[in-house]
Design a protein around this ligand. Structure first.
Ligand SMILES: C[S@@+](CC[C@H](N)C(=O)[O-])C[C@H]1O[C@@H](n2cnc3c(N)ncnc32)[C@H](O)[C@@H]1O
Length: 441
């Protein structure tokens, strides 16, 4: 594999560290800038994303191979060592190639003085394979959260939150393992013609959503249907949430639906299609202009878009038949798709997020007409962001009730005891989306 691919992976790590960049947002332009295509691009993505994902495990190994505190090693050298160690322990790169190319990368990137150190540390790493390192670190049979944290490369607090959210503690290992396997891109056939999209892409029908097509190769950005706007990239869990809200029973007539936090418009695009088929309007709100401008690209002109804080009710005095709150959240349910996301947040983020989620849900209930429904969704399974938010709003307001959301999801899904739905990557093969259905009295 060429040096281009490794240089691209190193730049990815640098951008994530110094600019707080989102890996999957910046990687396409990094690949172009380094002239990576085909196998080079695939290698750069595998080593770059994999290194970000497995950083916790790699750091535990590397700490054993340096004499000083790992945190005191210079940032640039840490990036190089992580890249080299990932290739040694997680890929089939021969040890001499992983070590020599990392040293060469260091030389080219101005760390020539550190080449001897990098060479010596990576040689120590290469003395064991991954499973021998797992034994060496004492995490072969993990019991405590700290052991799971090292073994499956998740921050301690994330392990703790996932354990709390899971219906059964024996599922901790499977969910952590699922987070470490990159998910294939999934498309939504917005026009509902899934078979045509399967034929056009060579993909396969999704497991649950009647509009889902899972791509088996290639880049979703080059799919003609994505370019012409008849399909969007969207995890099946997100599709199911939008479809569940649309499937809830609401007495007719219906005039307008609201998406309170529409982001780049993924769920709004699907809701707009379904609402349009029923001659119903859609209003979409988003706090940030840059996201709203991306949203306008995927939504039909008939959707009214407001840029502003949904808590200030920019839609005025209008009341809606169906309201979606896909709340800003920690994103811990989408770790398969966001390689560095687990390291971005901390436990201290949960309390302010919860306060915001409660206020937004309160605003959503306030915007719903009597008899109308509110779908509360997060791409996080963390209970502070899911059931606790719903319970807080139910405690605050006497004009809303929670209903069993499970019948709104495809039959055959294992959905626990309800009334809300928590999807899981290791059970359903989707992101860990949460969905609760509330109804305004
Ligand atoms: C989970 S994302 C929405 C994703 C979107 N529904 C989709 O399917 O593509 C949450 C969005 O809420 C926005 N947001 C955060 N605080 C907000 C507020 N007070 N009012 C409106 N939008 C807000 C964020 O900018 C973010 O884009």
């Amino acid at each position: 594999m060429t040096d281009r691919a490794r240089s691209a992976a190193l730049e990815l790590l640098t951008r994530v560290r110094t600019d707080d960049a989102y890996a999957n947002v910046v990687m396409p332009s990094i690949l172009v800038a380094h002239g990576c295509e085909g196998r080079d691009a695939a290698f750069a993505v595998e080593v770059g994303y994999g290194t970000l994902r497995m950083q916790g495990f790699l750091d535990a190994v590397l700490q054993r191979c340096v004499t000083r505190e790992w945190d005191r090693v210079e940032y640039e050298v840490r990036d190089l060592l992580r890249l080299g160690a990932y290739q040694l322990l997680f890929m089939r790169v021969p040890p001499h190639a992983a070590i020599d190319t990392t040293c060469e990368l260091a030389r080219r990137h101005g760390d020539a003085g550190r080449v001897g150190f990098i060479n010596a540390v990576l040689r120590k790493v290469s003395q064991h394979d991954r499973s021998a390192w797992i034994d060496e670190l004492g995490v072969a049979d993990p019991i405590t959260d700290e052991q799971w944290s090292v073994r499956e490369s998740h921050p301690d607090w994330v392990v703790r939150e996932l354990r709390r959210a899971l219906p059964d503690p024996t599922q901790l290992g499977p969910v952590l393992e699922a987070d470490n396997i990159a998910a294939r891109p999934v498309l939504t056939a917005l026009d509902g013609d899934r078979d045509a999209l399967v034929t056009a892409t060579g993909g396969q029908p999704g497991r649950w959503s009647p509009r889902a097509v899972e791509l088996t190769g290639g880049s979703p950005g080059t799919v003609a249907a994505v370019i012409d706007g008849s399909a969007i990239v969207q995890d099946e869990g997100s599709q199911l949430v939008a479809l569940a809200l649309a499937a809830a029973t609401v007495d007719p007539p219906e005039a307008a639906w609201l998406d309170l936090c529409a982001g780049r418009g993924g769920k709004a695009a699907l809701l707009a299609r379904i609402a349009g088929e029923r001659n119903i309007g859609l209003v979409a709100v988003e706090l940030h202009e840059h996201r709203a401008s991306l949203m306008r690209r995927v939504l039909p002109d008939t959707v009214s878009v407001f840029v502003g804080d949904a808590r200030a009710r920019p839609w005025g005095n209008q009341f809606f038949d169906r309201v979606l709150l896909d709340a800003p959240c920690s994103g811990l349910g989408a770790l398969r798709r966001r390689p560095e996301a687990r390291w971005r947040r901390s436990a201290a983020d949960l309390a302010p997020l919860q306060a915001l989620q409660v206020d937004l849900l309160d605003a959503g209930v306030g915007a719903t007409r009597s008899g109308g429904v509110i779908g509360y969704a997060t791409c996080s399974p963390v209970v502070e962001e899911t059931s606790e938010v719903v319970e807080e709003v139910l405690a605050r307001r006497s004009d809303v009730v929670v209903e069993d959301a499970r019948p709104l999801f495809p039959s055959g899904m294992e959905l626990g005891k309800g009334p809300w739905v928590q999807l899981w990557p290791h059970i359903h093969g989707t992101d860990a989306m949460f969905f609760a259905l509330l109804r305004r009295r």
